[in-house]
Design a protein around this ligand. Structure first.
Ligand SMILES: Cc1cc2nc3c(=O)[nH]c(=O)nc-3n(C[C@H](O)[C@H](O)[C@H](O)COP(=O)(O)OP(=O)(O)OC[C@H]3O[C@@H](n4cnc5c(N)ncnc54)[C@H](O)[C@@H]3O)c2cc1C
Length: 233
């Protein structure tokens, strides 16, 4: 039996390791295909943006750990799946399969708010390694010439937590550098209330976050939508 897994992150690796634990190589050949040679620990991207970790400190090369588990690794980008022929077509070769697992994750839908950024406007993002590195460079320039800052999520965002993480990180950094008084901070979110996280809230998340933002003098705007009418400050 041939299993092909597309994606070398949490979903793909968990599937590959779990399958290998249950099925030996004689029963099952597993090939994991990823367009990235590395696993990147995505939840640490806010640290990359803050400049406290480099990308290589939160990544590892996929090939060796997979080989130790006798899982084949292909560094390639999948361009098409042919379900009739049961094969995955990549930019370099084709992989036949009996079972296919697609674990390609999210993509940043930056085009949902044209002109918002990071690469076509003033905004910055934490959602992928290149975006986090862009945000890190922008933060360096910001610290030399601080201006008012808005932190938040665009409408439709499904991963809200990093915005909260970042706003607390930036507040802390500015206080450490004794610059906080120079930077009014606003938190802007499409959530109906703070701490909703798209799931109706968790425990006392609303009270906790309202209290923490108020205590830190961070103004917040809920049910808010970012538009292209943003101006560079
Ligand atoms: C800034 C940030 C902080 C987060 N913090 C947390 C947290 O604290 N706790 C938590 O539980 N979750 C957190 N999350 C969410 C978590 O990171 C994601 O849920 C998780 O990464 C999803 O894993 P995944 O394997 O589904 O996809 P991804 O991590 O998105 O990986 C997709 C994989 O597919 C590969 N791929 C994509 N397209 C192709 C293609 N065409 N061909 C070949 N390979 C392809 C990619 O190279 C990658 O290896 C955070 C997310 C972000 C952005």
């Amino acid at each position: 039996m041939r299993v092909v897994i597309v994606g070398g992150s949490f979903g793909g690796l968990t599937t590959a390791y779990e399958l290998r634990k249950r099925l030996g190589r004689s029963k099952c050949e597993i090939t994991l295909i990823s367009k990235d040679r590395h696993f990147v620990f995505i939840p640490s991207l806010p640290w990359v943006a803050m400049g406290s970790k480099a990308l290589d400190q939160i990544s590892f090369d996929l090939e060796k750990p997979l080989a130790r588990k006798r899982i084949d690794f292909a560094h390639a980008t999948v361009v098409r799946v042919d379900p009739q022929a049961q094969k995955v077509v990549t930019d370099s070769e084709e992989f036949p399969y009996d079972y296919l697992v697609i674990a390609t994750g999210h993509r940043s839908a930056n085009e949902a708010v044209p002109g918002l950024g990071p690469f076509d406007g003033p905004g910055h993002s934490l959602m992928s390694p290149p975006e986090a590195e862009e945000a890190r460079d922008a933060l360096k320039a910001f610290l030399d010439d601080p201006v008012p800052m808005a932190v938040g999520c665009a409408p439709g965002a499904s991963c809200i937590g990093p915005a909260y993480e970042f706003v607390f990180e930036i507040d802390h950094l500015l206080r450490q550098r004794k610059m906080r008084h120079k930077v009014p901070i606003a938190f802007v979110t499409p959530e109906p209330f703070l701490g909703h996280f798209g799931v109706g809230g968790m425990g006392k998340s609303r009270q906790f976050l309202e209290g923490e933002l108020e205590q830190r003098d961070i103004r917040y705007f809920t049910s808010a939508s970012a538009t292209t009418r943003m101006r560079r400050p």
